[in-house]
Ligand binder design. Structure first.
Ligand code: NAD
Length: 272
């Protein structure tokens, strides 16, 4: 039995993940605003601290896995700054603070929730991505409030994907035996999407959203992927961003990935 912390455990992907992991025999420590073992507001540094202390108290200093699912979607009346704080800083600060406990766990693994909005939503404010990655929460909040929640959402998810890829390969993560990966879900039928359907700005975009599989995803499908990435059959995954989006990204950006690496002429490899 492993001990695994799941944020956003009260709803959607987090709830399905918590249920799947519990059914697989693991001890799950759920964290959410309410209806969770640890009730904490991850938009706020004091809430993050309470969440970290709560997890450390319950896991005896050794954590085997973490899945930070807590997140907010863009809505017309939702401030961008709140998204920056919950989606990016609420995820990265928890991962960073719990990293030593993960290093003390058994075959530890962390699975972050990015999004396919990272590749299919145009005109993402990359300066906001950089403010997140620089750890400047006040600056990121100010810029996110300026641009609004619609472009902020994919900016926070690109920042998460880059943070995962930069961190995963370093001494603190794989060097300490901790696998760090992310999933990039497409449209998954959860409360987050229901909120969007009731929003005048988001509803038309969601209605037009192309999904080759022909339906939105199920939270249980994401939970199965997360369980795989936490488990013993995915031990060669390190810094991967795994898209699971019913084909939306492949439909809209077929030739953009894999992105080839262009070396400068001076160091260009010449085959035999
Ligand atoms: P959801 O709304 O069903 O669940 C999100 C959970 O996060 C809720 O239980 C909510 O209470 C919690 N949460 C929100 N703000 C919080 C805060 N300040 N402190 C603590 N908990 C907080 O949404 P979901 O669809 O399950 O989303 C889970 C994750 O998946 C999010 O990070 C989201 O961005 C990501 N995602 C979702 C989709 C989708 O289509 N549903 C697609 C890509 C990525």
């Amino acid at each position: 039995m492993s001990t695994i912390a799941v944020t956003g455990s009260a709803s959607g992907i987090g709830a399905a993940t918590a249920a799947r992991l519990a059914a697989d025999g693991h001890r799950v420590i759920g964290i959410d605003l309410r209806n969770a073992e640890i009730e904490a507001d991850l938009s706020d540094p004091a809430g993050r601290e309470r969440a970290v202390e709560g997890v450390l108290d319950r896991c005896d200093g050794a954590l085997d896995g973490i899945v930070p699912c807590a997140g907010l979607a863009a809505l017309s009346d939702r401030a961008g700054g709140l998204l920056a704080s919950v989606n990016y800083f609420g995820t990265v600060e928890l991962l960073t603070a719990l990293r030593p406990a993960l290093a003390a766990g058994t075959t530890p693994s962390a699975v972050v929730i990015s999004s396919n909005s990272t590749t299919i939503q145009p005109d993402i404010p990359m300066d906001l991505v950089e403010l997140c990655l620089a750890g400047d929460e006040a600056g990121a909040r100010a810029r996110a409030d300026e641009v609004g929640s619609f472009p902020t959402y994919p900016a926070t998810k690109i920042a998460l994907a880059r943070w995962v890829r930069r961190s995963a390969v370093g001494d603190g993560w794989i060097g300490a035996g901790i696998r760090l990966n992310a999933i990039a879900p497409g449209m998954i039928e959860t409360a987050l999407i229901e909120e969007g359907r009731a929003d005048p700005m988001m509803a038309p975009m969601l209605a037009a959203f192309p999904i080759p599989v022909g339906r939105g995803g199920r939270a249980e499908e994401m939970a199965a992927l997360i369980a795989f990435l936490l488990g013993p059959e995915s031990t060669f995954f390190c810094g991967s961003i795994v898209f699971a989006d019913g084909g939306s990204d492949a439909l809209l950006r077929p030739d953009d990935w894999p992105a080839p690496w262009q070396l400068p002429n001076s160091v260009r490899f010449r085959g035999p």
